[in-house]
Design a protein around this ligand. Structure first.
Ligand code: HEC
Ligand code: HEC
Ligand code: HEC
Length: 109
């Protein structure tokens, strides 16, 4: 009996902790500085397209922070040739994430 009580207590605590993490209000959009200009990430649209499933990205690709990104590898898990979304390797797509004026004379990272 005591074991069940402990189990339920632990389970509730984990549940609350998880709930708190997911209750953090997701922002509409996040701006990431880069050498290639500011990249605007439409967080809310991305959530809708994942049908509200936070685990597509959290925490396996990113923590729930708004720190500048160290690289765009996480983005490339979907934005790749034959991926879920337009490829970040295709030159005609650079402007979709990077401001047009900053794209002209650049190299693929
Ligand atoms: C398509 C990927 C993706 C999905 C799905 C996603 N997020 Fe995020 N989220 C991000 C990225 C990218 C960041 C920024 C990470 C960084 O800067 O290191 C972020 C940051 C956040 C932040 C921090 C915002 C801030 O201003 O500090 C919160 C809170 C967050 N997400 C909540 C959620 C919740 C809740 C869900 C599900 C309803 C969710 N996210 C789904 C990609 C996603
Ligand atoms: C899906 C969105 C996306 C697409 C498409 C994309 N990028 Fe990026 N790029 C990012 C993000 C986010 C960063 C910021 C993280 C970083 O600096 O690596 C970035 C950073 C960069 C940087 C700076 C890297 C560094 O080390 O400072 C360069 C240069 C760059 N991108 C060039 C390109 C070029 C060229 C293309 C087209 C072939 C492209 N990007 C397409 C999202 C994208
Ligand atoms: C879980 C998969 C996934 C991840 C991870 C992801 N994207 Fe996307 N993204 C999509 C899909 C799906 C679309 C819409 C389909 C398309 O246009 O090809 C999209 C569209 C976009 C668009 C067009 C505007 C919009 O939101 O409709 C931008 C800009 C963009 N993504 C930037 C990023 C950046 C920057 C990152 C990394 C911080 C990122 N994405 C990570 C799936 C993803």
């Amino acid at each position: 009996m005591r074991h069940i009580v402990v189990f339920v207590a632990v389970f509730t605590m984990v549940g609350l902790a998880t709930g708190m993490a997911e209750d953090k209000k997701p922002p509409e959009k996040i701006s990431f500085p880069s050498r290639q200009g500011v990249v605007t990430f439409f967080h809310a649209k991305h959530i809708d397209r994942e049908s509200g499933d936070c685990t597509s990205c959290h925490d396996k690709l990113w923590q729930q922070t708004s720190e500048p990104l160290k690289n765009s590898q996480g983005c490339h898990t979907c934005h790749k040739p034959d991926g879920k979304a337009f490829s970040a390797r295709d030159r005609s797509n650079c402007v979709k994430c990077h401001p047009p004026d900053a794209t002209a004379a650049s190299k693929v990272p």
